[in-house]
Design a protein. Structure first.
Lengths: 175, 193
């Protein structure tokens, strides 16, 4: 299994090596192409700050106010019915909202139930196979000035809910 | 979308802060949230700068064009409009390739570039179907090896570490397929802009 990690740790250096070879042997001034592209990337990233600020403040308020905990309690009967272990309810709420908060919740679950418990395994698969939906959508759309995202949020949230349910099913099959 | 999200979050948070006596914590959260957004953006600036530079080198060297021709048969089905009109095909190809190689931190900057490119030829602020498909694919983030999760598990002394990769692959793979299918269906129903 470790061999896979070795292989995957080679992917990024290989891409960079490839770029380096182009810079060394390519005909033309490829480094100035790098600088041009990099400058554009930097500009798009800076344009993200205003919307990022609104999102992070909103999400921080939401978790600090106790609303996230309440939502987890509210959803508990539904999640219980589908067969999702009750220890991971808080993770189901924090995962789409915030990366840092969901890692903290995930570590709580491991500390509480042990790293090899069924709940921790489900939590691990959920952590690795879904992403912070709100953050991703905010980052993807805001630098290009797209404001109306139509069905993007509902579909993304549905997919992440599906990931939660399916992760638990897969853990039952695998472990 | 973000405006409405922020509105909902602030109303709900105020309501719960008063009921649960958490107003102090919410005050802290507002201030620290604002500065946290700067840290997040700054860390993103570095990755964005690097990958946009790399992207431009590969583009000028003609490599992405070759790759895009290679992946065209598949990507044409996922992003029909962009590939039909030849808009942002190279950017989309680069983003999907990074996603499939499991370089998740490259997928984000490349997706931003792709969406900017699609948007540059349009005059509306409504997302096109192809943009939404790209974003939904980004949400099902595929990682070849989920390093953060495995590191946390190893630190906690778990006996099952790398084995979680198989369910993770199946789960994110299925999420991606489901995401694309849903996006295509909804794109047909709502039409494109």
């Amino acid at each position: 299994m470790e061999i896979l990690e070795k292989i995957s740790s080679f992917v990024l250096p290989c891409v960079v090596l490839f770029i380096g070879l182009i810079l060394l042997f390519g005909k033309g001034d490829f480094f100035s192409h790098f600088l041009d592209g990099a400058r554009d990337g930097m500009k798009s990233a800076i344009r993200l700050l205003p919307s990022m600020c609104a999102l992070v403040v909103g999400v921080s308020m939401f978790t600090a106010s106790g609303a996230a905990d309440f939502l987890a309690k509210l959803l508990a009967p539904v999640l219980d019915f589908i067969g999702i272990p009750s220890d991971i309810f808080p993770l189901v709420i924090t995962r789409p909202l915030s990366g840092a908060a969901s890692i903290a919740t995930y570590e709580d679950i491991i500390a509480k139930t042990g790293a090899d418990s069924f709940s921790s395994l489900c939590a691990s698969v959920i952590m690795a196979s879904s992403d912070t939906v709100f953050y991703v959508l905010c980052v993807y759309f805001s630098s290009s000035g797209v404001k109306k995202t139509r069905y993007a949020l509902p579909v993304a949230l549905f997919i992440s809910a599906f990931a939660v349910v399916f992760s638990c099913v897969l853990c039952r099959i695998f472990f | 979308m973000l405006g409405k999200c922020f509105g909902v979050l602030s109303v709900v948070s105020f309501f719960f802060a008063v009921i649960c006596h958490n107003t102090g914590a919410v005050c802290d959260a507002i201030v620290s949230g604002a500065s946290k957004s700067v840290t997040l953006t700054i860390s993103l600036i570095g990755i964005m700068t690097l990958w946009s530079g790399f992207m431009n080198v590969l583009k000028q060297a003609g490599i992405i064009k070759k790759l895009s021709r290679l992946l065209r048969p598949v990507l044409r089905l996922i992003f029909p409009k962009s590939f039909k009109n030849g808009v942002a095909t190279e950017e989309i190809t680069a983003c999907i390739s990074a996603n499939l190689l499991g370089i998740a931190n490259a997928a984000t900057p490349l997706a931003i570039t792709a969406i900017e490119k699609i948007q540059s030829g349009r005059k509306t602020d409504i997302a096109s179907s192809d943009m939404i498909t790209l974003a939904v694919l980004g949400c099902a983030s595929f990682n070849l090896v989920p390093t953060t999760v495995i590191a946390i598990r190893q630190a906690a002394g778990a006996s099952i570490t790398y084995e979680i990769m198989f369910p993770v692959w199946i789960c994110s793979g299925l999420c991606m397929v489901l995401g694309v299918v849903l996006c295509r269906i909804l794109g047909k129903i709502y039409g494109d802009t």
